[in-house]
Design a protein around this ligand. Structure first.
Ligand code: EPU
Length: 424
């Protein structure tokens, strides 16, 4: 098992570029199944989730190749005939479910293993199924698989709100299926996340007729066929945010090239309240702090609210900020696996259901810690940068699912991190 050894580091300084967004690349890869023509996706990050999605597309019969940059990820579905996404792959990544809509729209049938439990809490897929049923699909759960069938999909008006508001991948799934349905589909309470907008724009480049993306009401007019496209995914706002928090926590001064400030309004606001400086530059963001941060209050919400995918990293910052900070997790009320590990590093955090109270401490102390999910792993890595001595982080398979070369990027800014490879 590989580990990361993180030493207390000097303030991070310098410039760094941000990778393409994993959560935009994954549904866009699935969208390539809506055409038989070749598509090229530029800027997809080389992370395990993207490799898993490539494997799923191959299982379905598509040709996927990924020459080294600057070439993009090339997807050639030709006349692929597979319609089953197997458990061995789906269990690795819940986002696999976003092949459901494209398969159903293109082939009239799809079998996708039902994603199982998830460490960040219950993650139902009822909204995906409700949306596809509204388009005319018959859905059954058989032997742990979702089996969806429809001779023809027909446009409909669908309300996609769940108890926690909109759903990103359910919006993606229904939007993709509706591109080839007869007539007009209206998605009400649609997710407004930048990744949904990126998918819609990619689908439009493929010939889809979509309007209203980026608002809670998306309208899709079905077309007979889509063509292949060359598409560059948006920069990863969660990686950007992680780097911004790292810069602020270490009292550093970092310029993040490629950052899109409009995607990060809630974080920018929270960091400024915490007394960090955030400067918007053309095509970049600069984050600086003088080492004396103040506690803040955040509530995770669908976009443009504070992203749940930055909650853990922000909690690491709160752990060393003066005074009391409050976290309300409204998307995944169980997403607090990082709390006991941060406590092992000396953080003072009290959890009460979906809330956490963090009392800032002067110093964290390095410890062996274990990551349980992608964003928790990033939070522990950031905590290690400001902890005494060294922190040994286990569970790197989570970090590698979604961050492209994070430790290398942080090292380029002066962080003292190295990966110890397991000897075989
Ligand atoms: N929900 C339902 N029913 C559904 C689907 C979702 O009730 O059918 C609930 C969820 O339980 C949750 C809320 O709706 O409370 C929002 O979940 P959403 O469906 O939006 O999540 P997702 O689409 O499965 C994406 C990201 C996650 C990110 C969430 C929220 C991808 C591949 N994944 O998941 O990313 O946390 O949106 O923004 O885009 C990550 O990258 O670390 C990650 C977990």
């Amino acid at each position: 098992m590989d580990t990361l050894v993180v030493e207390r580091s000097d303030p991070l300084t310098g410039s760094i570029g941000v990778s393409g967004a994993k959560n935009a690349a994954l549904p866009i890869m699935a969208a390539c199944l809506l055409t038989e023509e070749e598509s090229v996706i530029e800027g997809a990050p080389r992370v395990t989730d993207v490799l898993t999605m490539a494997e799923i597309l191959r299982t379905l019969g598509a040709e996927v190749s990924w020459p080294r940059p600057p070439s993009g990820l090339v997807i050639r579905p030709d006349d692929y005939s597979g319609w089953t996404a197997p458990y061995e792959l789906v269990r690795l990544m819940r986002a696999s479910v976003c092949v459901l809509g494209p398969l159903l729209a293109k082939h009239g049938r799809a079998r996708v293993s039902l994603p199982g439990g998830c460490v960040i809490g219950p993650r139902p897929i009822d909204l995906h199924l409700k949306g596809l049923q509204a388009l005319g699909a018959a859905i059954a759960i058989e032997h742990g698989d979702i089996l969806a069938q429809a001779e023809r999909l027909t446009g409909a008006t669908i309300h996609l709100a769940g108890p926690s508001g909109s759903s990103v991948l359910a919006t993606d799934n229904v939007m993709m299926a509706a591109t080839l349905a007869d007539g007009i589909t209206v998605i009400e309470s649609a997710a407004c996340e930048p990744e949904v907008v990126d998918l819609a724009n990619c689908l439009i480049a493929m010939g889809a007729r979509i309007s209203g993306h980026g608002t809670p009401r998306i309208q899709i007019e079905g077309v007979a066929r889509l063509r292949g496209a060359r598409w560059r995914v948006i920069p990863d706002r969660i990686e950007t945010g992680t780097l911004m928090i790292a810069a602020a926590m270490t009292g550093g001064d970092v310029r993040i090239d490629g950052a899109v400030p409009e995607h990060l309004g809630a974080l920018i606001d929270a960091l400024r309240q915490a007394r960090a400086t955030v400067e918007l530059l053309p095509g970049a963001l600069r984050v600086a702090a003088n080492g004396c941060l103040k506690g803040v209050e955040i509530t995770t919400l669908p976009f443009p609210g504070f992203p749940t995918d930055l909650q853990a990293q922000m909690m690491a910052l709160m752990a060393v900020s003066e005074g009391v900070s409050l976290v309300a997790e409204k998307i995944y009320p169980e997403r607090f696996q990082h709390v006991p590990e941060l406590r092992r590093m000396g953080a003072s955090i009290t959890r009460d259901g979906a809330h956490a109270i963090v009392k800032g401490v002067a110093r964290l102390s390095g410890a062996p810690v274990k990551a349980s999910d992608l964003r928790a792993s990033a939070a522990l890595l950031l905590a290690g940068l400001v902890a005494d001595n060294h922190t040994v982080l286990e569970g790197l398979e989570h970090l590698d699912r979604g961050y492209e070369r994070l430790e290398e990027k942080l090292s380029m800014l002066g962080a003292r991190i190295h990966r110890e490879r397991e000897r075989s």
